[in-house]
Design a protein around this ligand. Structure first.
Ligand code: ADP
Length: 719
């Protein structure tokens, strides 16, 4: 009896396609295959095999079973689960899962080595080559080492004295050394580590919330859980997810120290051959620890036993374009599929995770205080109405004074402002025109380093014009508000002797640069660091004793569901940088709203009170974590066509108890890349399967070709 293979293709197609299995191919679920799709052959993954019942129309056969590692069953199941959850095509997460499989292999390098044959005509130059050729090396290196021209090497190759081999630089991952001891834990850390080890020991799915202030030793504790997981089973694998590439570097170094072996590194800055290497080693089970960004969740783990989501509250775990997903939530789902322990770690956990901990769904492990003698910083609110900065300046007198004192003591300051560039807005003082991108509603941000105006949403940029493009007035464009570059300029004017650096995604392009800057800061070679959130988290800077938050109110202005929560988290993280070991720290928050609940909670360092108040508000409104949200974003080039479609979509919304649909409304960002945008917001009671509801709704409408509909389950952005 012949069989039918359902093959999932890494493209936005609604479902897997059926193909006939050629006689004797012996396919298994998870196999990578090549199948015909239209006129082309394309790579896909077998997700199911079943007996052909006959009488069906003939199917095209699978063209080839690829000599590539299959996706393990857990990965196949996870991909399908994720697609259903996100109400998207399963080919989308599959494309993420295959990213490493499709990357080019590390390129082979040509090496020459001596064969043992002696040269027919020995010369001093030839002898020097033979001596150097004891070690295999590329021909050019050999010529250089022997001090001869490349012709001499080539002549010896032609004579058979030297042989050329192609070698692939694809070193295996060293196994973790489980005999190494970790840090000696303090009693609170030891209790948490034992709690996690006890959860890992029996195997099986469970979730723990590891909750402790910055510097309390969460990393030390979850590394102990990793050691326990790895020791339990020689095939066990561990995944550590981090929200930012800059943070992966520090954790990779700590993992390497703890286990005497480099972990697999997975994020967008890893070059394709490096990704291929990690992907294959993870699939083979030989790479046992991976440290990576959110997409590492889609790697083909064979035996995933522990997933750590560090800084679990961080909004960067939400992927907003393409396949839209929240990696923290998917980590819990993957943990369930793989029977793994999931550890969510944070100093300021998300309300969702705190709620799950309060209700007992997650085990709640709290780390008491900072490790050793390190104390939390004193937090002061600087009321900008009372002590404003001078006109055209952004640092208030109390903050400037504190910076001066810190510098005089030889200690470091961090000025935190979550805004890239020089100024967030450029306007014409003659006509009032605000500079925006031609096809997008967002303001252009001025960057002085590059002299350009940049759209942070689309990447559009243009040189700053000499005259207003609207009214033509010359030299009328003024920069409004501060970005990190402008604060740096002010700090330089105030402290011309100080060593000042900027840390933002514009100045720190890649992981290596981030590591270099973090190391320079940690070594005390920077006096004042002006940073966006890229530097606000996770790093340990022993001489940092002052954190100045330039605009503490910034995040509150967005006004979305999580504005207060996010502001609290970000500011708690940023201020938590100050004061380590034996040096007490100070944090000064510049605010126009010192009476706001967020500012008061920060000042009192009373997270629990803040969380309780915020939870009460959310519960009253039925918002997450007490209810569910989803957004629908419709976009298209033509406003009238989009309007008509969205009205039709509103009429098609299924009527289900416990679900409310709001909209369609103009999106706050009404125009992006020339496309108009409109939104629905859907609120549902917790018991509702919101993904199923959204799938049913979507199935009732058929958007015209130019209109795109994106569904965002549990939206973080409301723009
Ligand atoms: P967190 O992850 O909670 O911010 P870390 O694990 O990074 O905390 O710990 C903060 C600093 O304190 C690190 O430099 C870490 O090496 C050190 N540390 C924490 N616990 C211990 C311990 N038990 N022994 C030695 N050093 C520790």
């Amino acid at each position: 009896m012949s069989r039918i293979a359902s093959v999932l293709i890494p493209m936005p197609l609604p479902e897997a396609f059926d193909y006939a299995e050629p006689e004797g191919m012996g396919l298994e679920p998870g196999d990578q295959v090549s199948v015909p799709l239209g006129p082309r052959l394309i790579r896909g993954v077998v997700v199911q095999l079943r007996e052909a019942l006959g009488g069906n129309r003939p199917l095209k056969p699978v063209a080839e079973r690829l000599a590539e590692p299959p996706l393990p069953p857990g990965t196949v199941e996870f991909v399908q689960w994720a697609a259903r959850y996100a109400v998207d095509a399963p080919g989308q997460p599959l494309a993420i899962a295959l990213r490493g499989a499709r990357a080019p292999k590390p390129r082979p390098v040509r090496m020459v080595a001596a064969t043992g044959v002696l040269p027919a005509r020995p010369t001093p130059a030839r002898s020097r080559v033979l001596e150097a050729a004891a070690i295999a090396m590329p021909p050019a290196d050999l010529a250089r080492a022997a001090g001869v021209s490349s012709g001499v090497v080539k002549g010896l190759v032609d004579e058979g004295v030297l042989a050329v081999r192609e070698v692939t630089a694809d070193p295996a991952f060293a196994p973790p050394d489980l005999g190494r001891a970790g840090a000696e834990l303090n009693p609170s850390q030891a209790a948490a580590a034992e709690g996690l080890s006890a959860m890992v020991a029996p195997g099986g799915f469970a979730v723990a919330l590891l909750d402790g202030v910055t510097g309390s030793g969460k990393t030390e504790v979850y590394l102990e859980a990793a050691a326990a997981a790895l020791a339990r089973d020689p095939g066990a694998q561990v995944l550590i997810l981090l929200p930012e590439i800059a943070l992966t570097q520090a954790v990779i170094a700590r993992v390497a120290r703890r286990f005497g072996a480099e972990p697999g590194e997975w994020h967008s800055d890893v070059a394709p051959p490096g990704r291929r290497r990690v992907w294959e080693a993870v699939a083979a089970g030989s790479c046992r620890i991976v440290v990576g960004a959110r997409s590492a969740l889609f790697l083909p783990f064979r035996k995933l036993s522990l997933i750590v989501v560090d800084e679990e509250h961080d909004g960067s775990f939400k992927q907003e374009d393409g396949f839209i997903y929240q990696a923290r939530d998917l980590a819990v789902a993957r943990g369930k599929i793989e029977d793994a322990l999931v550890v969510l770690a944070s100093a300021t956990p998300s309300l969702e995770s705190l709620r799950n901990a309060e209700t007992g769904r997650y085990r709640w492990l709290r780390l008491a205080a900072r490790h050793g003698t390190a104390r939390l910083p004193d937090i002061e609110l600087v009321d900008l109405r009372q002590t404003p900065p001078e006109a055209g300046r952004w640092l208030s007198p109390p903050l400037v004074q504190a910076m001066g004192e810190t510098w005089a003591r030889g200690e470091q300051s961090l000025l935190f402002l979550n805004r890239r560039g020089y100024a967030p807005l450029v306007l014409c003082k003659a006509c009032g025109e605000r500079m925006t991108a031609p096809d997008t509603d967002s303001w252009l941000v001025e960057h002085r380093y590059t002299g350009r105006l940049v759209c942070h949403l689309t990447g559009f940029s243009m040189p700053k014009p000499a005259a207003c493009p609207h009214c033509g007035a010359k030299e009328s464009l003024v920069s409004i508000g501060p970005g990190v570059e402008r604060v740096e300029e002010e700090a330089r004017a105030l402290f011309p002797e100080a060593r000042i650096a900027v840390f933002s995604s514009d100045t720190v392009f890649d992981a290596r640069e981030a590591r270099r800057l973090v190391e320079t800061m940690a070594a005390g070679e920077i006096d004042i660091l002006v940073a966006t959130q890229a530097a606000a988290k996770g790093h340990n800077f022993p001489k940092l004793t002052l954190v100045g938050v330039v605009d503490a109110d910034l995040g509150l202005r967005g006004g979305d569901l999580r504005a207060a929560e996010r502001t609290y988290q970000l500011l708690a993280q940023a201020t938590g940088r100050a004061g380590r070991k034996d040096r007490p720290g100070r944090a000064l928050l510049q605010t126009y709203a010192p009476e706001h609940a967020v500012m008061q909670a920060l000042k009192a360092q009373d997270r629990d009170a803040f969380v309780a108040a915020e939870m009460a508000e959310r519960e009253l409104a039925g918002l997450p974590p007490f209810g569910r949200l989803a957004a629908v974003i419709g976009s298209g080039p033509d406003a009238a066509q989009l309007d008509a479609f969205m009205q039709g979509m509103a009429a098609a919304a299924p009527n289900t108890p416990g679900v409310e649909v709001y909209g369609p409304a103009d999106a706050p960002l009404g125009l992006v890349r020339g496309r108009r945008r409109k939104r629905f917001l859907v609120r549902a009671d917790r018991g509702v399967d919101l993904s199923a509801y959204m799938a049913a709704w979507r199935a009732r409408v058929r958007p015209p070709g130019q209109i795109r509909v994106a569904i965002d389950i549990d939206p973080y952005s409301f723009l």
